[in-house]
Ligand binder design. Structure first.
Ligand SMILES: Cc1cc2nc3c(=O)[nH]c(=O)nc-3n(C[C@H](O)[C@H](O)[C@H](O)COP(=O)(O)OP(=O)(O)OC[C@H]3O[C@@H](n4cnc5c(N)ncnc54)[C@H](O)[C@@H]3O)c2cc1C
Length: 355
């Protein structure tokens, strides 16, 4: 017998949940607030990854729920094989980071592959209340698009943050989940993002990836008062979170000439600075150093709804993706990976409800 399922959000978590649910025989309707499917996943680099070993995951994200982390760690490889079996285009099987393993998909091709299998997707249709009769999966992508929630949970400088994500993920899942009796996780003040060239730089979604300023490790990082911050993590997620709490959510990266040739993944520091200059940011060269003004760009919030190992928020209400908190707490892990794994878990659990 085919069952009814409502999915809120047609990004990574929602499309994976919908496609898997239909595979299991459910009849699914996806509500998508935006004018296209794919959410932030369609804008992303498409890297789905996990730490090479679980102990490292725990060390990197010590505040996260070990049970949820274990699920991501153990299920990801099989879930990636599933996406591949659907025909999503793989770009590479190397993450470029010795700590991690994973797969990079072409984000547009992946969106199309999943959207074709997701059933009816109602574009321009936000889910604003929990349906009375059907189970629902909340996959609205976090609350980075809502300045009031950012001010409440993340930083008093919320109005200055640059939104480095789709513009529709504004905490709808969080509100719906809490109204249904759900709870918040720890780490509501944490987020993943990148420092970007500060205004007057012009940044459109095409610039979210190429304009990322990812060389704090080679720079002297200072705020407007001249106070210094030293980067602590390979992902530099601590640097962007520190920047978000400085005046105007801004900082300066001061780079000695000798560091301009250093590489971070596929680009040199000099190339990243040139991209900032081309975008119109303040870039000054004096006495053998280049200073670049940066602003914190927020991609996804990391705190959110508390779920159990069945992706359950409350009776009949499930969640996946950035609506779920408590996985990366204290550090950073792949948001795409968590969205995929919990999207599939939510699909399997809602399917089991109707059997
Ligand atoms: C530039 C960039 C690069 C990135 N690179 C990577 C990477 O390489 N690796 C990685 O792991 N992560 C990366 N990410 C993060 C990754 O994209 C997210 O973690 C992931 O998309 C989260 O999945 P999600 O389903 O929660 O949200 P999304 O994919 O954003 O989907 C949420 C969807 O919900 C919709 N929505 C919102 N409210 C409602 C509502 N009320 N009703 C219906 N629909 C609603 C939105 O319109 C959106 O389509 C990147 C993100 C960006 C922006």
């Amino acid at each position: 017998m085919s069952s009814e399922l409502i999915v809120a959000g047609g990004g990574m978590g929602g499309l994976a949940a919908a496609a898997r649910s239909r595979e299991l025989g459910a009849s699914v309707t996806v509500f998508e607030k935006g004018d296209r499917p794919g959410g932030s996943m369609a804008l992303s680099s498409g890297f789905f990854w996990r730490y090479r070993d679980f102990e490292r995951f725990r060390e990197e994200c010590p505040g996260g729920d070990p049970e949820l982390q274990r699920l991501v760690f153990e299920r990801l490889d099989e879930d990636l094989a599933w996406i591949e079996s659907l025909g999503a285009p793989v770009l590479t099987r190397k993450t470029g980071n010795p700590l991690t393993v994973g797969v990079q998909f072409d984000p547009r091709g992946l969106t199309d592959t999943l959207a074709r299998r997701a059933g009816e997707i109602r574009l321009g249709a936000a889910l604003n209340e929990i349906p009375a009769t059907a189970p629902v999966i909340l996959a609205t992508g976090g609350f980075q698009g809502d300045r009031d929630l950012l001010r409440r949970y993340v930083t008093p400088e919320a109005d200055e943050l640059v939104l480095r994500a789709n513009r529709w993920s504004a905490g709808d899942g969080l509100r719906l989940g809490l109204d249904a009796g759900g709870e918040l996780t720890d780490g509501m003040d944490e987020f993943y993002g990148r420092n970007l060239p500060a205004p007057p730089a012009r940044i459109s979604p095409d610039g979210f990836r190429p304009l990322a300023q990812l060389y704090a490790r080679y720079a002297r990082v200072v705020n407007a008062e001249g106070e210094r911050y030293v980067a602590r993590t390979w992902s530099e997620i601590d640097v962007v979170q520190w920047t978000a709490r400085q005046s105007w959510a801004r900082a300066w990266y001061v780079v000695p000439d000798e560091a301009l040739g250093k590489r971070v993944r596929d680009r040199t520091v000099g190339e990243m600075i040139q991209a900032a200059r081309d975008s119109g940011a303040a870039v000054r060269h004096e006495r053998g150093e280049t200073a670049v003004e940066v602003v914190a760009g927020i991609t996804t919030t990391l705190g959110g709804l508390r779920v159990d190992a069945h992706a359950r928020v409350a009776e009949g209400v499930f969640a996946c993706g950035a609506d779920v908190g408590g996985i990366s707490t204290g550090g950073y892990s792949s948001g795409l990976a968590a969205a995929l794994v919990f999207g599939r878990i939510a699909a399997e659990e809602t399917g089991a409800l109707s059997r």
